[in-house]
Write a protein that binds this ligand. Structure first.
Ligand code: ADP
Ligand code: GLC
Length: 502
């Protein structure tokens, strides 16, 4: 089966969040789950990416597949094909990628989606419409040697792939390919002014309410949700939550209407990147049987951050985008009390300027127990997660969340709010259920009090080192691999392409 993954970022070349980790790991996981690389049952997975400078630079031995016809906002664009170094989990095999080379659209000073001030680029509708348009054309001959049988688009940036596909099918009056659209975060929708619809070169009817129209504007996300054959999101809980008003972002009605074609498939962790036994970014390695390396990573981390060199104080960490979603103001409110409790705290994050400043002030006030590093630093994220005792993820909402999974693998017990993928991946340690299933700490109420209540349980367990080690071992034994997810996606692909009964 020929599958095209369509997304805007991919680890290790370009990453702003968990989407890149998923895009970097899923193709290899799918190939591994399908078994032999060729023959019956195999999958040939390729990815399609916008030609951001980092992605074009990382594409090995590119060849030109096609010169793209002029489209609104761009002339002279080309489709390149080559291999990516993203396949750490399948050594010896390359991940093959199509990249849209259109420097006028994709090479910008600033981030991939917005400028240095955080404002979305004015032509984002054109930049990401082209991604969807090329995806659809790869089902019908844009590459004369390869036609996708299934297009799997991720998040709003790729959401027009199923839309252009449906438009092409209507025009040609034949089925071209199946489509899956995965929502990684419903809160980022790709909203544009209604007048910009005309520049998308879609049938007029697609701009109406049974299409992209959303409260007088157009929404790329809604287009994907409306036109894809099947919708997935990155955890079963989030698949349920987005069908209600609290987390539906106004799209809950459509999601309920499509509920029979909507499922949740939990993300995994790429073991080649996040594994305390082999992690190239930490100095001391460890596993569940021998945790002494973890204590050494912690000591080095305390030294690096200027924290008091105390093995007996639990070290809590956060690695996160600093946005409303992540609930980190609860941590800010709880920090004074945490200091009184003798806990250490270290944060790596960037985003909201007010939140960055507030965390900096808290670190300056208590340098022995609070350390804050503002910025984006992949290697430091590994050291921090490996060296801490607890990782905090108190999100308001969380489609899946990956850092709590890294915490599980590194024996860094997650303290999370019971929402979305956090609820699906962490089992709460009530002190009486320790022998059973506990892998971390879970709280319900979205408040500093809720967080502190769970902290009481952290500290109670911390005072019982044998029990702490038991929970740690169980956390480290959790199955965070991509295998179950890859099997579920493969089943879905096979049903949608008719290989398996629907
Ligand atoms: P989201 O995608 O909503 O940001 P996830 O938990 O799914 O949340 O994924 C976040 C990813 O980004 C993880 O791989 C995490 O380690 C990484 N990350 C977040 N902030 C930083 C940072 N400041 N420096 C390095 N890595 C970060
Ligand atoms: C999004 C979500 C996060 C999820 C990630 C990867 O960024 O916010 O919860 O883990 O996508 O699917």
């Amino acid at each position: 089966m020929r599958v095209l993954q369509v997304c805007a970022e991919i680890f290790p070349l370009l990453k702003t969040g968990g989407l890149a980790d998923v895009a970097g790991a899923l193709p290899a996981a799918l190939q591994a789950a399908a078994g032999a690389p060729t023959g019956p049952g195999s999958v040939d997975v390729r990815v399609l990416l916008p030609g951001f400078a980092a992605i074009v630079a990382g594409l090995h031995e590119p060849v030109v597949v096609a010169d793209l016809p002029p489209r609104p906002g761009v002339t002279g664009a080309r489709l390149l094909y080559g291999s990516l170094p993203a396949c750490a989990s399948l050594p010896g095999r390359s991940l093959m990628a199509y990249v849209i080379d259109a420097p006028s659209l994709y090479h910008r000073n600033g981030g991939p989606y917005s400028d240095a001030q955080g404002h979305g680029y004015a032509d984002n509708h054109l930049r990401f419409a082209l991604l969807g348009w090329v995806a659809a054309r790869l089902t019908s001959g844009l590459d004369q040697f390869w036609r996708a049988e299934l297009v799997h688009a991720h998040d709003w940036h790729a959401a027009l792939a199923p839309v252009y596909l449906r438009a092409a099918e209507q025009a040609s009056k034949r089925r071209l390919a199946a489509s899956v659209y995965t929502v990684h975060n419903l809160a980022y929708q790709g909203m544009f002014a209604a007048r910009q619809f005309a520049e998308l070169d879609l049938p007029d009817s697609f701009g109406l309410v049974d299409g992209l129209e959303f409260h007088g504007q157009i929404s790329f996300m809604k287009g994907g949700l409306f036109f894809a054959d099947h919708l997935t999101t990155v955890s079963p809980s989030y698949a349920r939550e987005i069908q209600g008003p609290e987390q539906g972002c106004g799209l809950e009605g459509l999601l309920r209407m499509r509920s029979r074609s909507l499922s949740g498939i939990l993300n995994g962790v790429d073991d080649a990147v996040w594994n305390p036994r082999t992690d190239a970014l930490i100095r001391h390695h460890y596993d569940a049987r021998k945790l002494s390396g973890k204590a050494r990573v912690k000591a080095a981390l305390q030294q690096e951050l200027g924290l008091a060199p105390r093995g007996d104080a639990p070290l809590l960490c956060v690695v996160s985008r600093l946005t409303e979603q992540k609930g980190l103001h609860l941590v800010q409110q709880a920090l004074p009390r945490l200091n009184e409790l003798g806990v250490q705290f270290a944060l790596l994050g960037s985003g909201d300027a007010g939140m960055e400043a507030a965390f900096r002030v808290q670190a300056e006030a208590a340098p022995q127990s609070v350390a804050v590093r503002i910025g984006y630093d992949e290697a430091f994220a590994h050291r921090l997660i490996a060296g801490s005792d607890v990782i905090l993820v108190p999100s308001r909402f969380e489609p899946c969340g990956l850092t709590q999974l890294y915490g599980l693998k590194y024996g860094t017990l997650p303290l999370v709010r019971r929402v979305g993928g956090l609820a699906d991946t962490v089992d709460d340690a009530q002190l009486e259920t320790l022998d059973d299933s506990a892998t971390g700490f879970v709280f319900d109420e979205f408040s500093a009090e809720g967080l502190l209540e769970a902290m009481d349980r952290v500290l109670a367990l911390w005072r019982r080192p044998k029990d702490w080690a038991l929970v740690q071992k169980r956390a480290m034994a959790s199955d965070c691999s991509w295998e179950p997810a890859a099997r579920q996606y493969l089943d879905l692909y096979r049903r949608l392409t008719g290989v398996l009964p629907a």
